[in-house]
Design a protein around this ligand. Sequence first.
Ligand code: FES
Length: 479
Amino acid sequence: MPQLLTLSRAARLVGASRVALQLKIRSGELPSFDGMVAADDLLRLYPDIKLEEDGGFEQVREIKERAFGRRVRERLLPSQEILSQRLYEQGLELADLRAHLQRYHAMMEAVRSRIREQETQPGMAALGAYLDDSLAEVLGAAEPPNALSVMDDMLRVMSAHVTLRPSGHDFFVEGADTLLEAALKAGLAVNYGCSNGNCGLCKVRVVSGEVKKVRPHDYVLSEAEKSQGHALLCAHAAVGDLVLEALETGSAGDIPQQQIVARIKALEPLGEDVRLLHLQTPRNNRLRFLAGQSATLAAGETSAQLPIASCPCDDRNLHFHVERDAKDDFSRQVFGALRAGDPVTVFGPWGDFVLRADSPRPILFVASEAGFAPVKGLIEHAMSLDRAELLHLYWHAARPAGHYLVNLCRAWADALDNFRYTTMAGGCAEDIAARMAHDHADLAAFDVYLAGPEVFVDATAKALAQQGFPADRLSVTAT
Ligand code: FES
């Protein structure tokens, strides 16, 4: 019976993306069995996997050899209680396996002595010799350990794999993360509210596996809920692999409007005419939103609606890209009076410029000037989900300074096989649509997300339609 692995686990073991493995399955290089892949097939495709080169092993070696700071230990390892429980579970598995082997050994001994007793019977001597030879071969073989199997065992100690029902989405829980933190980092839009154990909105049912309370919570689970296996994502961590029944957000409309007073953590220049406004919410009152949405910010007498440029996976730290505009009061504040520590009230989130849920299609992003902000959120979300075969960003700006985070885009392109970046310096909407059609002959097979000034998005949408791009695959936001 081959050892079967989920695609997520297999991707982590060989250090590839899930998308890369999916492509290999599609091309027939990697057989799959009901969405799982066999460890032997993986080893055949990635024969160079060595334990000592694996990142996880490197981490373990460092943990062994260095006095790690508390923060680093927390990032890498679960709490001592969970770690010891996982080791205990593995110890049980090992003991069971050992007992199994001992029973097989005893059975073989009994068979061997039976054969010896009847060696005078025809064929029995040959059968005895065959058994002796086979046993000598099996017991004498000094095979190196199966690298994938060892790594998989270690991965189970370091992290837990969680599958959500009914969606089938999955993620890993690492370090001291709660289930909620881990799900958000994986780009999943699970249902939640306060993030700190008060509202009960993150309640899930544990179908299989064991969870452990790691944060106190005021929300009271009834006895009936407890007996049915309910738990709070924001207050529990995974002891081992889990299957959870959980509500996930289907659309932007499912997210309630919120009002939060945040503080400015930093104000930093991004090029000549754009500033990064970094807000931090209180620990116990974070903004729940989907990547690509906007929020209204109010500081003093001024306010503005701006796209959120950061990822919902870090819902305490909100980033906004503010363009210099002498006619806009809020922009003048950001480039003038506002300082780190000042309060800013955040209302929202707004808008439905979000990734299409579970779309299997590759994605093209088109941003003009600071229309890059919501697109950045979408790209980071798509990267966390690791589902799209290709992500291609076209960033249009009238001047070179308009590509104010060009290094980030280049870093993404360097780091990820499935990310491409094209700078569009000047040019009109027709030029961009023509370039996209030239790069992608199968343009209609993509989802397209388009963000920028209203005139730009209207013209580009029209130019894409002229290229035959279907309107229902186009998502647009004017910034
Ligand atoms: S999010 Fe409110 S209790 Fe978990």
